[in-house]
Design a protein. Structure first.
Lengths: 198, 198
């Protein structure tokens, strides 16, 4: 073996991260070995502390260090509008538009029989309980436009429909700034379905 | 602020790594928050342990947890051949060829007046001391083919020449499998300079 056990373990640790292949893991490991001791300790501490402190918001399952996340604590947010997303990072994407002033619910995944992820794993019963309280007037489903995201959207829509809440899903079509020429057929067919009067 | 302090600190820790931009740092941080506690602690431990245990080989400055690295300890390696590289990862690239059976010397950088890196920072005095012992018959300089790597190669060649050792530099030219059409003019000009009888 060319490298010592401690280096090998560090490379393996980096390889566990998504999108980090063997070459990148090696590059990151070598970089860490060239860092100041204190910087490495800080990074090591940041990992454990984040994992220990951060939990799911008891209302919307966004990441937070408190009982409720910063969005659920914010009284200026419209609690009649609830946007359902797969991952906490999706909230960032929507918040960047500065267009949505409602609240969120994070599924932390999508329905996937293959991976054994059902409604309970996504805490859909807790979502329905929240909807039954009667505050929410519209649910905007923002799951991903793929098989799992679609299945999850339909499942939630079906389960929430009896509650008499308006249920919508974000629009699909051509990305703004995109070129018709490069659109794949699925995107194009969704764009046609989603056409509007001008 | 949308995210809690512990998440922000974790994102910042990842951002310090090379090639990790804000989006990737966020993705990695979210991934860590979804990992098992033990896996995060293992990763945190791997960082600190690698930084603490790994040091430079006292002979060649390769990374090792012992006094001498695995290559310097290996009696089957040819100690009359010494390959000089900028970084420990360069050793991997050369070892993969299974063609070089000599030993190495790692500079951990290249001469750079801008960054205030001179011969002392690269431990070139220690390299010359090693060469003066008389074991080494040929020095192969494998610094990068760029301004800093070239300057470093010329500096070492100049300093080692009085010792009567053969000094070579790895060949430059077209990458194997490459296409002449896409070669930049510098590579092409080096390829012409490095032409050989066939």
């Amino acid at each position: 073996m060319l490298f010592s056990p401690a280096i090998t373990r560090l490379v393996e640790a980096f390889r566990r991260l998504p999108g980090i292949g063997p070459k990148t893991a090696l590059r990151l490991a070598f970089f860490v070995l060239s860092m100041e001791n204190e910087a490495v300790e800080e990074m090591s501490h940041a990992l454990v502390e984040a994992r220990r402190r951060v939990k799911h918001c008891s209302r919307c399952r966004n990441l937070t260090e408190q009982e409720l996340c910063s969005i659920c604590r914010d009284s200026r947010r419209d609690n009649t509008l609830l946007c359902i997303v797969q991952e906490p990072r999706d909230i960032l994407v929507i918040e960047k538009t500065a267009q949505f002033k409602g609240q969120y619910f994070v599924l932390h995944g999508a329905l996937s029989p293959v991976e054994d992820i059902g409604p309970d794993e996504l805490k859909i019963p807790a979502l329905l309980e929240l909807l039954q309280k009667g505050e929410v007037k519209e649910v905007i489903i923002a799951t991903n436009p793929n098989v799992e995201g679609d299945a999850t959207a339909y499942y939630i829509a079906g389960a929430a429909r009896p509650l008499g809440i308006r249920i919508t899903r974000i629009g699909f079509g051509l990305p703004v700034g995109g070129d018709l020429e490069y659109a794949d057929e699925l995107t194009m067919s969704r764009a046609l379905e989603g056409r509007r009067e001008i």
